[in-house]
Design a binder for this molecule. Structure first.
Ligand code: GDP
Ligand code: MG
Length: 593
């Protein structure tokens, strides 16, 4: 135990966590010097520069003649996965806090740091990318001192590119981070901080032992799910899995026990023995719940079953993805999927495309709503289309978040205007150092899932970072905005929207639809309605589209060809009541903000 150090790296996205991790692995000869980054092994991940799934890797390092075991636990860097981050942090005794020398402290630097402090981790501050011409290590040092209350000398200057500071970091890991503690004689208590799916071996769960010893062949129980397994294999994680007969208190390792789907292994759960169980689970366990929902529909109707099979496969290694069949008048059969957040949604969409070759349409995302009816019963609705009759509703609650935005003083004005437009309530504003400021807001999550990120990025010219945490549900004046074509409501176009924005949104939807629906042989009324009340209307004038007119009468066969062509064109239209809506036009409307 005394020779073990368990640590993680926390950083804002792109501050160089993966690169620096590689340098540590190279310096300790855990991996051979390569050009690529070793820790991120999914293609997608590499392209995005975001570590999606946490991993763990063991290094050996000899310091002052003594051999140490260093377990580096990698954490995902995006807000969508903050629960996973918190579990990885809970498995460590120390953290390397990496700050980019030209970017300075950013929103996720702080939110991850707070998690680490909450878990009493020893923090080793590192300024990375010191090789860059734009590096401002002094200024960033000021920010870190302000943030941590540490001494300047404690901050290590490093570069993942040149390898500067790497040895100093390893020394600090050994000298400053405390070794794990625990009772080897006590009943087994191991914290699951991650799991991965392996097509040959099933689910591999990663854990850290808080107390006790685990041996291959042991009968184990997962505390929160209550399920029992045999430990077919336990071992440590090097570049590959290395089986061991036993793992002891303080060790980080993996267990393979014939588990087939990721749903059975919950991050944050406690592994204990069946015969001599621990009396309570390790604190902090939570069931992660999807926060964002969207309809996912195959472009070709025949691919519905393929889509189901693909989603099932994705779910094998992504327990936070949920889905259930739904149908829409306009889009046919598809699934309502639940995601942790917008990035998670994008990842699923891309994986469907790349790994399963599925061509899908994703509808405008929405959050989940709590609908209280007049009898006092509550129902959770994930789809505006699934709303009960408004006359039966007493009130609706929507999820709120606590948001933090870090920016420079130049952009405070426009950012505040943006947040206000998104129904944000300013909580407070704090100066980090110099002209940089952190602003806190309460905001409805539903306003974030639409176009918040992009607008924040553009109005701040990229100089704003954003992070958020769920903050319960609140009653809200939400209304369902329906769109009707010649009196026929179109389910997939319904949205739940705050009353104050409903009129404007209704008008814009009608205008957009007028652009997108071609003229037909009769007049088409496009209406936006709240309940029975029409709030906006556009009209598409009738046209007598005589395609044969330009044939000058004569050639009959040519006339027939043209008529057939027109018929084919009609097939790509969706019939909504008596109105034909081109599928493409329909989807463009769904992509409208
Ligand atoms: P992560 O998102 O924190 O894991 O960041 P990455 O390790 O993926 O690095 C983000 C980008 O910064 C990549 O393009 C790296 O090549 C680059 N980078 C990382 N560390 C350094 C460094 O020390 N110096 C320079 N110049 N670039 C770096
Ligand atoms: Mg990375």
């Amino acid at each position: 135990m005394k020779k073990i150090r368990n640590f993680c790296i926390i950083a804002h996205i792109d501050h160089g966590k993966s690169t620096l991790a590689d340098r540590l692995l190279e310096f300790t000869n855990t991996i051979q010097v390569t050009t690529g980054q070793m820790l991120d092994d999914m293609d997608l991940e590499k392209e995005r520069g975001i570590t999606i799934k946490s991993h763990a890797i063991q290094m050996e390092y000899t310091y002052k003649g003594e051999k140490y075991i260093l377990n580096l636990i990698d954490t995902p860097g995006h807000v969508d996965f903050s629960y996973e981050v918190s579990r990885s942090i809970a498995a460590c005794e120390g953290a390397l806090l990496i700050v980019d020398a030209s970017q300075g402290v950013q929103a996720q630097t702080i939110s991850n740091l707070y998690m680490a402090i909450e878990h009493d981790l020893e923090i080793i501050p590192i300024i990375n990318k010191c090789d860059m011409a734009s590096a401002m290590p002094e200024e960033v040092e000021d920010e870190i001192v302000e943030l941590l209350g540490c001494k300047r000398e404690e901050i290590i200057r490093a570069s993942g590119k040149t390898g500067m500071g790497v040895e100093e970091i390893l020394t600090a890991v050994i000298e400053r981070i405390p070794h794990p503690e625990g009772d080897e004689e006590a009943p087994l208590q191991a914290l699951i901080f991650d799991s991965v799916f392996n097509s040959f071996r099933g689910i591999i769960a990663y854990f850290k032992i808080e107390n006790g010893v685990i041996r291959a062949g042991d009968k184990v129980k997962f505390f929160n799910t209550g399920k029992e397994y045999e430990a077919d294999e336990v071992g440590v994680l090097k570049m590959e899995m290395v089986p061991r007969k036993e793992l002891r208190t303080g060790d980080v390792g993996y267990i393979i026990s014939g588990i087939k789907t990721s749903k059975e292994v919950k991050v944050g759960d406690t592994i204990t023995h069946v015969a001599r169980p621990c009396s309570k689970a390790i604190a902090g366990f939570e069931e992660v719940k999807p926060m964002v929902f969207a309809g996912v529909y195959p472009i070709e109707a025949e691919e519905f079953e393929d889509l189901r099979a693909s989603l099932e496969k994705l779910q094998l290694n992504d327990a936070s993805l949920t889905f259930q069949p739904e149908s829409s008048l306009a889009l046919g059969f598809g699934f309502r999927c639940g995601f942790l957040g917008l990035l998670h949604m994008e990842i699923v969409q891309e994986r469907l495309d790349r790994e399963f070759n599925m061509n899908v349409i994703t509808t405008v995302p929405n959050v989940s709503y709590m609908i209280y009816d007049k009898q006092g019963e509550v129902k959770e609705v994930h789809n505006p289309g699934g709303m009960p009759d408004p006359t039966l509703i007493d009130h609706i609650e929507e999820p709120y978040i606590k948001a933090s935005i870090i920016t420079t003083t130049d952009y405070i004005g426009p950012i505040m205007t943006l947040c206000l437009g998104k129904r944000g309530e300013l909580i407070k504003q704090e100066y980090i150092s110099g002209n940089r400021v952190e602003i806190f807001y309460n905001m409805p999550l539903g306003e974030i899932v639409i176009d918040f990120y992009d607008r924040l990025k553009s109005i701040s010219k990229g100089y704003a970072s954003f992070d958020y945490h769920p903050d319960g549900f609140r009653p809200s004046k939400l209304v369902k905005l329906d769109i009707m074509l010649n009196g026929e409501p179109v389910d997939a176009l319904s949205t739940l929207i705050h009353f104050d924005n409903a009129y404007d949104m209704g008008r814009r939807m009608c205008e957009k639809l007028k652009e997108l629906i071609p003229r037909q042989q009769f007049e088409i009324a496009i209406q936006a309605a709240i309940g029975a009340k029409i709030i906006a209307r556009e009209t598409i004038k009738a046209v007598r589209k005589d395609v044969t007119a330009k044939c000058y009468g004569g050639d009959v066969s040519r006339k027939r060809k043209l008529l057939e062509k027109q018929k084919k064109g009609k097939k790509r239209m969706k019939q909504i009541g008596n109105v034909e809506v081109p599928q493409k036009a329909f989807l463009a409307v769904l992509k409208l903000d």
